[in-house]
Design a protein around this ligand. Structure first.
Ligand SMILES: Nc1ncnc2c1ncn2[C@@H]1O[C@H](COP(=O)(O)OP(=O)(O)OP(=O)(O)O)[C@@H](O)[C@H]1O
Ligand SMILES: [Mg+2]
Length: 291
């Protein structure tokens, strides 16, 4: 008799997530559903304005603007029911869920050194004694591929290149040993080689830590190579969720169009680059619609 191991309970479950701004005038996310298994890598892809960042920020509890609303029939993380969490003006960090924001320059504080920002993040871990924080911070910089750790600990973010800032953000996000890392466009400011390096690093470090990864990206081809599954969004809705290796078999015409838009050596033609027809994927304020 074959005994099949029970499917692990999802680390994150989201059903019917809906996010609006300006007292309901702007619907940024109309419907987002996802089950994410422990250690799984899922990429949320779609055009600019399709609601990728808003979905992930809402899950992490960072949508707190006055006039905004976040509703879901299910929002569970690591056995906690997040539909019951109170939305306060200052977001409250969810232990064991880390988020890297889209813009590393504005996420890091220009006033404080990299070392003090990393040590602050390490202070959240009660198992790291105060006197060990600096050495641990240097260890994290080495782990994310920054060789001259002592110098970088003393540097301020504006003294670093964009690629180094992204690595610092990754170190800050991972040093608290999260079960889930949400990374919003971690490669958008990097050139093609650095993008691949950054993705490899995130995959390697989260795998070693046993953490799941939810990546937001508009680069469907990069995600095809690094993620287990792809969640495809269009105009605030998930139109298809598909195993990354099955992308060539995608059912939804939008998923296929998105994949076909990426110029490759096979389809590149300077006079004819493929685009996507149809309404642009941004949420428009209801009052701005032409009657
Ligand atoms: N704080 C906000 N107030 C009002 N509207 C917002 C706010 N944040 C996002 N939106 C709107 O919600 C829609 C989705 O935005 P979002 O940033 O989630 O898109 P995205 O898919 O991440 O795009 P990109 O790839 O450009 O980062 C957009 O139309 C945007 O203008
Ligand atoms: Mg975004």
């Amino acid at each position: 008799m074959t005994i099949h191991p029970a499917t692990p309970a999802p680390l994150l479950s989201v059903r019917d997530l809906r996010v609006t701004f300006h007292d309901g005038d702007v619907t940024a996310v109309n419907r987002f559903d996802l089950d994410l298994a422990p250690g799984e890598r899922v990429a949320v892809v779609g055009e600019s304005g399709s609601g990728k960042s808003t979905s992930c920020s809402a899950i992490a509890g960072f949508v707190t603007d006055p006039g905004s609303s976040v509703d879901a029939s299910v929002l569970r993380f690591d056995d906690a029911d997040l539909t019951r969490r109170r939305r306060t003006r200052m977001p409250r960090r969810i232990p064991e869920m880390s988020m890297m924001f889209q813009d590393a320059m504005t996420s890091l504080d220009a006033v404080w050194t990299v070392g003090s920002q990393l040590c602050d993040a390490l202070a959240a871990d009660p198992e790291v004694p105060r006197r060990e924080r600096r050495a641990r911070a240097a260890g994290w910089l080495e782990r994310v591929g920054i060789p001259d750790a002592e110098r970088v600990l003393r540097a301020r973010p504006y003294e670093l290149s964009g690629g180094m800032r992204q690595r610092v953000m990754l170190a800050i996000a991972l040093c608290s040993r999260p079960k889930l890392l949400i990374a919003d466009e971690p490669t958008s400011a990097l050139d093609a080689t650095l993008s691949v390096e950054m993705m490899r690093l995130m995959v390697e470090l989260t795998e070693t830590a046993g953490a799941a990864l939810l990546i937001v990206s508009h680069d469907i081809r990069l995600c095809e190579a690094f993620a287990d599954r792809l969640v495809v969004m269009y105009r605030g809705e998930v139109v298809e969720t598909i195993a990354a290796r099955n992308l060539p078999l995608a059912q939804h015409p939008y998923t296929r169009a998105l994949a076909d838009c990426v110029p490759t050596l096979g389809n590149y033609d300077a006079d004819w680059l493929p685009t996507i027809d149809g309404p642009r994927p941004v949420a428009e304020p209801v009052h701005a619609k032409v009657a």
